[in-house]
Structures are given as C-alpha cells and as structure tokens.
Design a binder for this molecule. Structure first.
Ligand SMILES: *Cc1c(COP(=O)(O)O)cnc(C)c1O
Length: 242
C-alpha cells in the first residue's frame, strides 16, 4: 500500500471535487427519473459558515454559484474572493433573512437575492442598487407550508409582491424560492414542493418573466427535481456538516 506525501498539497486530490461529483450524480439520477435534461437544473453551493478557502476549493472543482445566509459573513467572503470572482465568473446569492439596515450591503455586493418577502425590503434594494451594476436578480421567498412565524410571504400575498418587484428598476424578478420544513417521505416532499410549482406556473401563465424555481436542499433535492425545481441549494452534501 502506497503512502501519499502529506506535504505536497498539489498532489493530494481536492476532496471538494469528490463531493461535488457525488451531488452531480444525485442530480443526474434525479433528472433521469424525472425525464428532465440535466441542463435544466442549476446547482447553488451554500457556503454559509465555511471559509473563503473552502469556497476556493469548490471553485477549483468547477463550481461557480455560491449562496450565503448571513450578510456580513457573505460580504467578507465576497471581498476575500474578489479576484476569483472576476477570473472565474463567480455568482453570489443572498439566501438569508434581510433586515432593513442590511439592504445596502446586499444591493452593493451580491448578484442575486432569493430571500425577498416584503415590499419594503424590495424597494430599498432597488433604490440602493448601484447604477453601474446590472439589476439585482430576485426571487420571492414564499412560505409554502404555512407557519405564521416563518420567513417568506404567504402564498395568498406572493403574486402581488412578485408583480410589485417586477416594476422596480433596480431589480429583475427571476422567480420563487421556498424552504419547506423537513418532512419524512418523498411523497410528502413532492406534495409541498408542488404548491411552489403551481404558484410558479401561475406567474408564468400571467406573463411574469420568471425562469427560476429555487427549491431543494441536501436532504430533499430529488423531490425538488421531480417537482420542477430549476435550482437546488446544497450546503451539507458539498461542504460537510455545519
Ligand atoms: C443552509 C441552507 C441551504 C442548504 O441546506 P443543506 O441542508 O445544508 O443542504 C439551502 N437553502 C437555504 C436558504 C439555507 O439556509
């Protein structure tokens, strides 16, 4: 049995590559089962709590889209990786709760924000988006499984919010994001994701120019793909336990 040199990092395989490959294989299998082309699913790597170095390793493995929940942590990582953002074409998504006093940081540093659930936040993001940057790409976070205290706009109010965001000049409405609570079975996961899919289809039917249905995480991405997700957000399966 050979012993790998421990000092020469360039010869040690990047473990991020193996985890990324494993997630891609899950997505391939889920797409095959759903008879969908693999190109119809985008993978967002959720790097919250992991270091800029962990992100850089994942970039080396071929991943370019990253999601952050905590705004200051995300802004710090974006700054640390500014050169890589430019050279590798990194795209940064804000996927966490946004207080009013943090909208300027989001508007100035991120490419996307998937966690907009109030018009006031949308208006601030639009007004604060620097005019030398493209519009901020926005998903409306919808509370598809009830729970009055959960983040996300209620289903009954979601379409009005999407229509209002579509009118804001600093924002480009892209779609819908949801984070349902974990449920036990594949059938139950599909039933809840189906509510998001129904709403997304209704927006398209009424002419809202949306192309992104962001749902599915490490534990339920297969059900999300089966339910029509166009983007899955995966943390643990790519970076390890938090
Ligand atoms: C943490 C997080 C994820 C990733 O969750 P995992 O279970 O680690 O894959 C996805 N989306 C949001 C909004 C998150 O906060």
């Amino acid at each position: 049995m050979s012993v790998l040199p421990v000092s020469s990092s360039s010869t040690v395989p990047n473990p991020s590559a193996g985890r990324l490959q494993a997630v891609r294989e899950r997505l391939d299998a889920a797409c095959a089962a759903a008879q969908r082309p693999i190109e119809s699913i985008a993978l967002l790597a959720v790097s919250k709590t992991f270091s800029a170095q962990a992100v850089a390793d994942m970039v080396s493995a071929g991943q370019t889209a990253f999601g952050e929940n905590y705004i200051q942590e995300g802004v710090d990582k974006i700054a640390d990786l500014a050169a890589l953002r430019a050279s590798a074409g990194l795209v940064w998504h804000c996927i966490g709760p946004i207080q009013s006093n943090k909208t300027r940081l989001v508007a100035e540093h991120f490419d996307w924000v998937q966690s907009v659930d109030r018009l006031k936040i949308a208006e601030r993001l639009s007004a604060q988006r620097p005019t030398n940057l493209p519009p901020l790409q926005v998903c409306v976070q919808v509370n598809v499984d009830g729970g009055a205290t959960k983040s996300g706009v209620q289903v009954s109010e979601a379409t009005a919010l999407a229509q209002a965001i579509h009118q804001l000049p600093g924002l480009q409405l892209r779609g819908l994001m949801c984070i349902p609570d974990p449920v036990d079975t594949f059938a139950a996961q599909v039933a809840i994701f189906g509510r998001a899919r129904t709403l997304f289809d209704a927006w398209r039917a009424q002419g809202l120019p949306v192309d992104t249905l962001s749902m599915g995480m490490s534990s339920d991405l297969e059900a999300a793909v089966a339910s029509g997700a166009t983007m899955v957000r995966v943390g643990t399966a790519l970076f390890g336990a938090r």
